[in-house]
Write a protein that binds this ligand. Structure first.
Ligand code: SF4
Length: 219
């Protein structure tokens, strides 16, 4: 039995700064500000989802993304938009809403026999792509769709027309887990057990919501 539930973004928050994670996610003493960039990202995501799911025309300012999305729509197979997946503590598939240990939403999942496609839309910069999110989605998709043997995945940076791709096979699940998630999850578990939430000082501390931290610019 784990003491916490997690998602890719919450684990990333912990990796970035355990103290911020603790103050924001555990104690809930502070909340992260919703930036204009985040709002734009949500709007684009839902516009792309509506276009892929039901062919709803893209608004004028998002029409530039149409050729990219049309290319994605050529992938054959059963399409799942904004597909919710969750695993229990034994990494078995379970319901998204309750009894889960980890959960996430694939922007687009296409299942074509034993091959799956997992695509995540990105509206920000493509300078430092982070494919670990794709790995977690692939691990969950392999669990939820036992017929899948291969998953082709990609981070689609819509504003840059850049597609960062990776391919996984079912026999890679254990090594992906051990290499990319288990060590940080062990650290997170230890933080919960021992109550140790060290700060990670970075140049971004001034924009952190934890105003009481000694590294916050206004403290
Ligand atoms: S100010 Fe910096 S060190 Fe302090 S909690 Fe925020 S991110 Fe972490």
């Amino acid at each position: 039995m784990s003491t916490f539930t997690w998602s890719y973004s919450s684990l990333k928050d912990y990796i970035n700064c355990p103290r911020q994670y603790h103050e924001v996610k555990v104690l809930r003493r502070f909340t992260k500000r919703v930036t204009a960039q985040m709002r734009y990202g949500s709007e684009v995501h839902s516009a792309l989802e509506d276009y892929v799911r039901e062919g709803k025309p893209l608004k004028k300012n998002y029409e530039i993304y149409k050729p990219l999305m049309d290319a994605i729509l050529e992938i054959e197979g059963d399409r799942y938009c904004e597909h919710k997946m969750a695993l229990d503590i034994d990494r078995k598939p379970c319901r998204y809403g309750s009894g889960y240990w980890v959960r996430g939403i694939a922007d687009l999942l296409v299942v074509d026999d034993d091959v799956g496609f997992v695509i995540d839309y990105k509206t920000g910069s493509d300078k430092y792509p982070d494919p670990n999110q794709l790995k977690l989605m692939a691990i969950m998709a392999f669990a939820h769709f036992p017929e899948l043997q291969t998953i082709k995945s990609g981070l689609l940076f819509v504003a840059h027309s850049n597609f960062i791709t990776e391919e996984y096979t079912r026999d890679m699940v254990e090594s992906m887990w051990e290499q990319h998630f288990a060590p940080d999850l062990t650290r997170l578990e230890n933080s919960y057990q021992n109550g140790v939430w060290n700060p990670t000082r970075t140049p971004l501390c001034g924009w952190c919501p934890v105003e009481t931290c000694e590294y916050h610019k206004g403290y």
